[in-house]
Design a protein around this ligand. Structure first.
Ligand code: ADP
Ligand code: ZN
Length: 736
């Protein structure tokens, strides 16, 4: 059984700040953690990026013993373990890639309770030798990540996941926390049944990802549009999802040819290449990964700025998960899909060879995808409605809200549709309902005698547009006049709101469907008034942010960690807003705990201090004033360029300086205490031996005066500039 230190429980919030550097819990995090610490089963359904990991990480840290975290992918585990270690937490994973010595260490630290979290894949969990030592260990609780893998109705079904319950029982009497970001009501029920945790307290937060922008474009000239889009978002990280390996390869190549650093990722690549490509993306050596859906499950890169579906996805579950990888840090995240019905036909063809039930399921999922694409209703309302979440209003931040299709008013037709549902005894789906309204006879109409109903054929006036009624019925479902039957797929019933509406109707504004195929036939690409690129005036100091990011990248390289493990974008943005120059101030930044200050803080504090000095930024208590003198900007620029080993001639030229002026600037920088490494340049113009000579001279000389030095080296044909540069090198190495 789990034991929790009383003291620890009252100070959860302090722990949050101390360990993770966050000052507030998000959403239900605190309640969830209390539930876990109380030893109760817990079921967490929250969208990607909501902060699920913390829900089991924090209780694991403050509990005695070790928590087991079951997670489906090695990449995911490594990622989380790296992050926890960066926070100073003892976490490890257990899988077949570990050496014998590593394995022994993990076992030892589990048995003596110093390991707080043990990540393990379900396949490894079933191994007897692993089970035996876990039985002896003091396990605090079991967390099951990506729990939707349990359900066949989910889109990532994994048979091994269904064995977890039995194994957990074998290890001991442990409480379980299951977590997922994707669960239609049906999948949710499946998970609870399989884990025998019907008693679990369910924490379901809104799936709404407010910072994500959804847009669908007709697939016309898609390659050109893709390149244009990515070029407009230069330097940002993004994922392009394609249907086939071949398209992935082609698009990656196309992007590279067009100066976008991109790599492919698909199941056909050998594991090493795949891992390398993924790491290159995480480490920001490339900006874009082109991938089949195989990429990204559990990839916790918080600053993915766009997710593009070059081909239509197979299901809305998949689409929502994939788009969910954008903007996990709560900042910009753009989700664009290129859509054509041809892609849907291709997907249908793939489904042909599947067993009957699987095929039916796949067909339903695809149908939902098609109607999502075509409907003119707010995308967010559609998506959330699909996952069982009713939304009152349009979001104002999707393509359908910002660039609406033609709107029409309906009232009588809405009543008619609702009556059709009632008259057919609330047992049919949208297609059948529209058949009844348009008097489209088929065997169902006749066998149920629906051709005798009062509503039969009442909607004939729209027969030239067969989709009209389907569209209307789908929209009024999203608006809550109809509701879906959870037990019977596709079946619609009239809600309370719908009943009231029949009694007392009023005009409702509906949207015409998109006609992408027509647009494609006309060769008309969507008009790009890019709504998303209007970030405009940022509160932070962009120049400092650039320096901080460069430093982060450098530190990350040194430590072989992805940059965001060091600090995440929002933290850097905050630093570039509040200019922390002490350890205490640094620890105040969101996302920076004392652990991180200890580990990585120094260099960042130094950089900011330097920057504040150089730019004469006054910090008056809480008020931060930026006073940027132009001259200082040039200094920063020079420092950056030298850091990047740009030739001095080039630096001078790009700022319109003479070489003399530049050297003078560099001297200023150097004399104000900044270390500059000019070796890359000096080595080109002065050979080693002579460098040593000059170095020795300065070491022994009474003064660093250049005239004196020139006199000393008279006849040695050194230019003044060379001597000056050598002096800088000397001062940088010895004095700074
Ligand atoms: P999920 O597993 O739900 O997809 P994560 O656990 O990866 O989400 O968290 C998403 C991001 O939110 C991470 O960058 C994480 O550090 C951050 N985060 C989590 N909890 C908080 C919090 N209380 N305050 C600020 N940021 C948080
Ligand atoms: Zn919207």
């Amino acid at each position: 059984m789990m034991q929790v230190d009383q003291f620890v429980q009252v100070t959860l919030k302090e722990q949050l700040k101390e360990i993770f550097g966050y000052s507030q819990f998000r959403g239900d995090q605190e309640a969830i953690i209390h539930n876990i610490l109380a030893g109760r089963n817990t079921f967490v359904i929250m969208p990607t990026g909501a902060g699920k990991s913390l829900c089991y990480q924090l209780p694991a840290i403050v509990s005695e013993g070790t928590a087991i975290v079951i997670s489906p992918l090695i990449a995911l585990m490594k990622n989380q373990v790296d992050q926890l270690n960066a926070f100073g937490i003892n976490a490890q994973f257990l899988n077949s890639t570990l050496s014998k010595a590593e394995m022994t260490k993990v076992k030892k630290e589990t048995l003596n309770g110093t390991l707080k979290l043990l990540y393990i894949a379900p396949e490894s969990l079933t191994k007897v030798e692993n089970l035996d030592f876990l039985k002896k260990a003091n396990i605090s609780f079991v967390a099951i990540d990506e729990a939707h893998c349990i359900s066949e109705w989910g889109h990532d079904f994994r048979p091994e996941y269904r064995k977890i319950r039995g194994i957990v029982d074998d290890i001991g009497n442990l409480s379980v926390i299951a977590l997922t970001a994707t669960a239609t009501p049906k999948v949710q029920l499946d998970i609870q049944k399989n884990l025998q945790m019907e008693d679990a307290h369910i924490y379901k937060t809104s799936f709404n990802r407010k910072n994500l922008y959804y847009e669908i474009k007709p697939k016309v000239d898609a390659k050109k549009a893709l390149i244009k889009y990515i070029k407009n978002n230069k330097g940002k990280s993004g994922i392009v999802y394609c249907l086939s390996r071949k398209t992935v390869e082609d698009i990656a190549e196309l992007l590279n040819v067009n100066d976008v650093k991109a790599l492919p990722y698909h199941a056909g690549l050998d594991p090493q290449t795949r891992m390398n490509n993924q790491d290159a993306f995480l480490n920001e050596d490339v900006d874009v990964v082109c991938a089949t859906i195989a990429f990204g499950m559990g990839i916790d890169k918080p600053d993915v700025r766009f997710v593009i579906h070059y081909d239509a996805p197979k299901s809305l579950e998949g689409y929502y998960q994939e788009t969910g990888r954008a903007g996990r840090d709560g900042l910009e995240g753009n989700c664009v899909m290129f859509y054509s019905y041809d892609d849907i036909l291709k997907l249908e063809k793939f489904n042909k060879d599947k067993p009957v039930t699987e095929r039916d399921n796949a067909k339903h999922l695809l149908g939902e995808m098609v109607s999502y694409a075509n409907l003119g209703a707010c995308r967010r309302r559609q998506l959330l409605g699909y996952f069982g979440e009713y939304v009152e209003k349009d979001c104002g931040f999707c393509d359908n809200c910002l660039k609406p299709t033609h709107k029409y008013r309906a009232q009588d037709d809405v009543v008619l549709a609702l009556q059709t549902v009632l008259q057919t005894d609330q047992r049919f789906d949208v297609t059948h309902l529209s058949h009844v309204l348009t008097a489209t006879d088929n065997q169902y109409i006749t066998s149920y005698e629906h051709n005798r109903l009062p509503v039969y054929g009442k909607g004939r006036e729209f027969n030239e547009n067969p989709e009209h009624w389907c569209s209307l019925i789908r929209q009024i479902t999203i608006f809550g006049y109809l509701e879906k039957d959870a037990d019977n797929y596709g079946v619609l019933r009239v809600s309370k709101k719908g009943m009231n509406y029949i009694e007392d109707p009023y005009p409702v504004s509906l949207s015409a469907d998109h006609n992408y195929d027509q647009q494609i036939a006309d060769g008309k690409a969507d008009d790009d008034k890019d709504v998303t690129n209007s970030s405009g005036g940022n509160a932070y100091d962009e120049e400092l942010l650039g320096l901080l990011k460069a430093l982060r990248k450098k530190v990350a390289k040194e430590k072989s960690l992805p940059p965001y493990v060091i600090f995440q974008d929002p933290s850097l943005e905050e630093m570039a807003t509040t200019y922390p120059t002490t350890r205490e101030e640094m620890a105040q930044i969101n996302g920076v705990g004392m652990g991180k200050v200890e580990k990585f803080g120094r260099q960042f504090i130094d950089l900011i201090t330097q920057y504040v000095d150089d730019n004469e930024i006054e910090m008056d208590k809480d008020v931060v004033v930026k006073s940027m003198v132009n001259k200082s900007k040039i200094k920063i620029f020079i420092i950056q360029q030298i850091d990047r080993k740009v030739d001095l001639d080039e630096i001078a030229e790009s700022k319109g300086l003479t070489m003399e002026d530049l050297v003078e600037e560099i001297e200023h920088i150097c004399y104000s205490g900044t270390r500059l490494n000019l070796d890359y340049y000096v080595d080109q113009i002065v050979d080693d031996e002579r460098q040593d000579e000059i170095f020795d001279y300065f070491m022994a000389a009474e003064t660093d005066n250049i005239a004196v030095a020139m006199n000393q080296f008279r006849g040695d044909d050194f230019t003044e500039q060379e001597l000056r540069l050598m002096r800088i090198k000397f001062l940088s190495e010895v004095a700074n």
